[in-house]
Design a protein around this ligand. Structure first.
Ligand SMILES: Cc1cc2nc3c(=O)[nH]c(=O)nc-3n(C[C@H](O)[C@H](O)[C@H](O)COP(=O)(O)OP(=O)(O)OC[C@H]3O[C@@H](n4cnc5c(N)ncnc54)[C@H](O)[C@@H]3O)c2cc1C
Ligand code: SF4
Length: 359
């Protein structure tokens, strides 16, 4: 059956009430059903016929996918976020803002209030790429074709790192935070539950051009877990409040868990990132014990500038080191014709993020 452009093929809408039921329904007709959470991306994909599911399996009626569990008192303190948690809930939650300020900031910087109210953390991490050629009628590599139209086309928003025939970037503002924050991704499929390191959730272009993530067919992302750091004495030199920016009023964050997220977009109020950065530091006194940096909008997966991380880890941050880390973050960049600006943008974002954590 053919359908006009912008009109989805008819589909059934089914609402399972448990993850096991959702997985079983998916496997009744493998490849023919598609999960839907907020629907912000699914509906666009289905309307454009990039996917033609006969059934949409609505995850929103599954109570086990909801809620934010905070276990700070445990020997391994953690915060576990159900996959259906909306971006607005993340931005507003007091514990997320206190212990994971980078996550609260990233959520508050996604699109508009309407989109934050429907978009879920699970759907945000698993959303498709936004390359305009992919979303349009071009039969490029990612659609099984033999050409990348962006490579010598309009590529202002494309990758500067790790492009490999395809130059899409991860569009998710939450993705660099889960990678820099070394989160665990809980998933469940027909073989039961398993856990993936956040860094391994995203698919490099060099491994598979057709997918943005590594979930097996029919697997449900159930939760995202952050292991927050063991409490340490707060730093003495602590004049500035690392508050949340954007529409949410700032509250003091716990300086034992320093993290920051900064996004640069064409229109700051409502746009996907041209580049963004999340940085998590683990400090002992003034010395940085560990440092994880992840950049979004510059590669198909959140990109870790490891040379910059190496410079920062084990050091006491000062301005020279921060500037050196910014420069190191751009090592290996291979800009396309129209996106060389991203190289200096990455440098500035990393410098700004480290300066903010060092105030
Ligand atoms: C106009 C516009 C602007 C936007 N701007 C931004 C932005 O600036 N920054 C940003 O980060 N995002 C942005 N987004 C994306 C948005 O924030 C949502 O994250 C996105 O719509 C997907 O979330 P969702 O819950 O709606 O997922 P859905 O659209 O329901 O699902 C997305 C994908 O994930 C799968 N899926 C969803 N949940 C699960 C699960 N639990 N297990 C397995 N599979 C699952 C679906 O099958 C689908 O493939 C924008 C979206 C729009 C439409
Ligand atoms: S960047 Fe990737 S998705 Fe975009 S046109 Fe090239 S191959 Fe297609």
């Amino acid at each position: 059956m053919t359908s006009p452009i912008d009109e989805p093929r008819p589909f059934k809408f089914t609402s399972p009430t448990s993850v096991a039921e959702a997985v079983a329904l998916w496997h009744e007709k493998p490849g023919d059903a598609m999960y839907i959470a907020g629907g912000g991306d699914v509906i666009d994909i289905v309307k454009r016929h990039h996917a033609r599911p006969s059934t949409l399996l609505d995850l929103k009626r599954i109570p086990a996918l909801r809620g934010i569990e905070v276990d700070i008192a445990a020997s391994q303190p953690s915060i576990t976020i159900g996959a259906l948690t909306t971006l607005q809930e993340l931005a507003e939650n007091e514990n997320i803002r206190r212990y994971l300020p980078a996550l609260a900031t990233a959520a508050s910087r996604v699109a508009t209030p309407q989109i934050r109210n429907i978009g879920t953390i699970g759907g945000n991490l698993l959303q498709e790429n936004r390359c305009p050629y992919f979303r349009g009628p071009w039969h490029c590599y990612r659609h099984g074709g033999m050409h990348c139209y962006a490579h010598h086309g309009i590529n202002r928003e494309h990758a500067i790192f790790e492009g490999d025939r395809c130059y899409v970037v991860t569009p998710s503002d939450i993705a660099p935070v889960v990678v820099a924050g070394n989160a665990l991704i809980h998933v469940e499929g027909k073989d039961g539950p398993r856990t993936i390191d956040a860094e391994d959730l995203f698919m490099p272009a060099s491994q598979n051009l057709m997918r943005m993530h590594v979930l097996d067919d029919g697997e449900v992302l159930t939760a995202v877990e952050f292991r927050v750091r063991e409490p340490a004495a707060p730093r003495e030199r602590d004049p500035k409040d690392l508050g949340i920016r954007g529409t949410i009023s700032p509250i003091p964050v716990d300086k034992r868990f320093p993290s920051v997220f900064i996004k640069y977009a064409m229109r700051n109020s409502f746009d996907f990132a041209l580049a963004n950065v999340a940085v998590f530091l683990d400090r002992e006194g003034h010395r940085v014990h560990r440092c994880r940096i992840a950049l979004g909008g510059v590669a198909a997966t959140p990109y870790r500038p490891r040379e910059a991380e190496r410079l920062v880890a084990g050091s006491i941050l000062d301005d020279d080191l921060i500037q050196a880390a910014g420069r190191a973050a751009t090592q290996g960049a291979e800009p396309l014709d129209l996106n060389a600006y991203k190289v200096s943008l990455v440098e500035k974002l990393v410098v700004e993020a480290l300066q903010e954590l060092n105030r």
